[in-house]
Design a binder for this molecule. Structure first.
Ligand SMILES: Cc1cc2nc3c(=O)[nH]c(=O)nc-3n(C[C@H](O)[C@H](O)[C@H](O)COP(=O)(O)OP(=O)(O)OC[C@H]3O[C@@H](n4cnc5c(N)ncnc54)[C@H](O)[C@@H]3O)c2cc1C
Length: 442
């Protein structure tokens, strides 16, 4: 049997692509190497708690790329609970993240002189932008005033790790200013000082009720009848594209389709595609993955009271703390609380040592939880397949091989996480549409 499209990988990028193509009337086969689907966008049970693959805030729910795909293709839409505030925690103090210039000027967790110096850097940056300077190769550390305190440097470094997955020395200035429009107009950005996490502040973010899995379940429930076939435990080993049809080879079988859309690591493509140009393979080899460890902790009482998450600036490694059961109490047994502590890890680490270090850090910063711990579960995951860093590469949605496309967080240099995955799907659909001029109903 031949399919209109073969999608490799059943993470959110692959599933969204399959949904869009099938809704456009195409027959789609999805091949997933694991026995489960969802990739790093799913949930599972541990000791009565429902854990997600890392804590998640789904961003830009009012008018972002994921919203666009939901509007266009979802029959069943996940329910989102407002994500609430981002609290910055330094020492024993916790304050809401200062999204506006006004709140930044009053944000006294950072010394006043540093706040003014950082403000000045912002205006320098806008000046450079206006003068046509390329900010994609300039690291944040270069525009940071040298004389700011260590506390302020840590704060800025935390933001870099959180948004890009790498240090302040590797994070390009452009990451924080061009993710929404790519517009080179400085006035567009004034008044949005430190709107650093995503492009529109935190007001349009949500947590999916029922857990992250509910997003995947909504996609599955929206597949048109008899249009999508999913095969799990089918790791793809070879992709043969370039002529009229594509062939995809797994350990068990081989499949034929008009188009192949790959959503695994773009850096693995050279091992799978024999006719990939050398120069392209070399570019893919420069992609840097991000590593993360999430420590899920079940507590026998509710200790983290506020709606929202905490940014732990003193933590080593830096941590983002999200009590998911505050959004949906059904994620924890009655009267208990589920909290995810997400850490970005260095390129190389020892798993056992880092597990111990992160747990020690949690207990050092929040000692009152120790006697209430009811469950601990660790997850080593790759949140983004490519770090948006100054010295690393990215893949593309359109490969140099005919009829071979890619989607996923290493194929589109915009936004982050699910939003980035959704951008890649929209770009891929556009690329297919352009290439496939004869097929009118895409
Ligand atoms: C700790 C953590 C926190 C996060 N926080 C957020 C957040 O707050 N907000 C947000 O939007 N996002 C967040 N994310 C990121 C988000 O979950 C991911 O960016 C997104 O789920 C990636 O989806 P994907 O489909 O591109 O990749 P993946 O989920 O990695 O899917 C790829 C799929 O392809 C399969 N595959 C790979 N190779 C093959 C092969 N050869 N053959 C067959 N199958 C193959 C894999 O098994 C996998 O199922 C977070 C992630 C983590 C880990």
């Amino acid at each position: 049997m031949s399919y209109d499209a073969i999608v490799i990988g059943a993470g959110i990028s692959g599933l969204l692509t399959a949904l869009a193509l099938s809704k456009e009337g195409k027959s789609v086969l999805i091949l997933e190497k694991e026995k489960y689907i969802g990739g790093v966008c799913r949930s599972y049970e541990v000791d009565g708690y429902r854990l997600d693959t890392g804590p998640h805030a789904i961003t830009r729910l009012k008018n972002g790329p994921f919203k666009e795909l939901m509007n266009q293709y979802f029959d069943v839409v996940p329910q989102f609970v407002p994500f609430g505030k981002y609290y910055v925690r330094i020492g024993n103090e916790t304050k809401p993240f200062p999204w506006s210039v006004n709140s930044w000027l009053q944000f006294n967790l950072i010394p006043k002189t540093d706040r003014l110096l950082l403000m000045k850097s912002l205006f320098n940056m806008l000046y450079m932008l206006n003068n046509g300077k390329d900010l994609s190769t300039m690291p944040i550390s270069e525009i940071l005033p040298q004389n700011v305190s260590d506390r302020s440097k840590r704060f800025m470094n935390w933001l870099c790790y959180f948004t890009v997955g790498t240090s302040i020395e590797n994070t390009p200035v452009s990451r924080f200013i061009d993710n929404k429009t790519n517009k080179r107009d400085s006035f567009h950005y004034i008044g949005k000082f430190y709107d650093l996490l995503i492009s529109e502040g935190a007001t349009d973010q949500g947590y999916p009720k029922g857990g992250l899995q509910s997003i995947v379940n909504s996609i599955l429930a929206s597949f048109p009848k008899n249009k999508v076939e999913i095969k799990t435990n089918e790791g793809v080993m070879k992709i043969e594209c370039g002529s009229k049809v594509g062939r995809v080879i797994t350990k068990k079988n081989s499949y034929v389709g008009d188009k192949v859309i790959y959503s695994g690591f773009a850096s693995d493509l050279p091992n799978m595609v024999d006719n990939l140009p050398l120069e392209y393979a070399q570019k893919l080899a420069t992609i840097q993955k991000i590593n993360s460890l999430t420590v899920w902790v079940g507590l026998d009482k509710k200790i983290f009271k506020h709606q929202g998450s905490q940014m732990w600036i003193d933590s080593d490694p830096f941590a983002w703390v999200v009590p998911t059961s505050n959004y949906d109490p059904a994620l924890a047994p009655d009267g208990k609380q589920l909290v995810g502590f997400a850490f970005t890890l260095p390129d190389e680490y020892n798993t056992e040592k880092i597990k111990k270090k992160t747990l020690d850090t949690i207990l050092k910063i929040q000692p009152d939880i120790e006697k209430h711990i009811d469950m601990i579960h660790y997850q080593e995951l790759i949140p983004e397949k490519a770090a948006w860093s100054v010295n690393a590469g990215f893949g593309d949605v359109k490969t140099p091989i005919k009829n071979l496309y890619c989607v996923g967080t290493d194929t589109e240099k915009r936004s982050a996480g699910v939003s980035r995955a959704a951008y890649s799907v929209l770009s891929c659909l556009d690329a297919i549409k352009k290439d496939d001029v004869l097929v009118s109903h895409y």
